[in-house]
Design a protein around this ligand. Structure first.
Ligand code: PEP
Length: 248
């Protein structure tokens, strides 16, 4: 069984000085796989200060090269040392118009360059309250499956991030997360992916004080951490909670 995976998503935060202090304060830690997804301009700096963590980016172009001003290709990310790239984060879906098919094409671009896409899915509060969690998540995953196939999905990490929990301070309860993760794993299995071997991360207001309960759920294989990843103390406490909860 693989170890749990904890990934920091720095979003639009950082400076050379702050990054250096943060990464230097995240010491080595055995028993958990860790990564940080940093803004593009800081990839090289972060690559030199990883201390055993893997490197990732927060989005990627669906295109390989050409007249696409402002875009960054998967090949460029791979060349900078990235292992992971987040695709379909709810902020990109809501603020930058990325639809389900775009997310699928970005995942495909990542896989073509040997990167592991972290495919983010999750429902809004209204959708949860209407009992539509798996209808929404199944639609989001289905669009990606159509483009990268079950084999590609099997090589991806899934991040279940309920939109209402991201940055809100209101995480899903361990039971809510556990139930959604189990349903996602069933969906993956029913659709031909190697579900048992895949890592499904939970994201949305994970903090030092709720990480252990979330990571104790059998289908929660780690976390995608936003705000708390900007504090070395908090990020490390979350990573230690993952160690304490053992393998996936
Ligand atoms: C995220 O941005 O992926 C996230 C989970 O943010 P936060 O931990 O701040 O809710």
């Amino acid at each position: 069984m693989p170890q749990k995976l904890v990934i920091g998503n720095w979003k639009l935060n950082g400076s050379l000085a702050a990054n250096e202090a943060l990464l230097k304060a995240c010491g080595a830690l055995a028993g958990v796989d860790r990564a940080v997804c940093v803004p593009f301009p800081y990839l090289a700096q972060a690559a030199s200060l990883l201390g055993g963590m893997a490197l990732g980016a927060q989005t990627v172009s669906e295109f390989q090269s050409g007249a696409y001003t402002g875009e960054v290709s998967a090949e460029m990310l791979a060349e900078m040392g990235c292992r992971y790239v987040i695709v379909g984060h709810s902020e990109r879906r809501a603020l930058f118009g990325e639809d389900d098919a775009t997310v699928g094409r970005k995942a495909a671009a990542a896989l073509r360059s040997g990167l592991v896409p972290i495919v983010c899915v999750g429902e809004s509060l209204a959708e949860r309250e209407a009992g539509r969690v798996m209808e929404v998540v199944g639609r989001q995953l289905g669009a990606v499956l159509e483009i990268i196939g079950a084999q590609g999905l099997s090589r991806s990490v899934i991040a279940y991030e309920p939109v209402w929990a991201i940055g809100s301070g209101r995480a899903a309860s361990a039971e809510e997360a556990g139930e959604a993760h189990a349903a996602i794993r069933r969906w993956l299995a029913e659709n031909g992916a190697l579900a048992a071997e895949m890592r499904i991360l939970y994201g949305g207001s994970v903090k030092a004080d709720n990480a252990a309960a979330l990571f104790a759920m059998p289908d929660v294989d780690g976390g995608l951490i936003g705000g708390a990843a900007l504090s070395a103390q908090d990020f490390m406490a979350i990573c230690r909670a993952a160690v304490a909860n053992g393998a996936c």
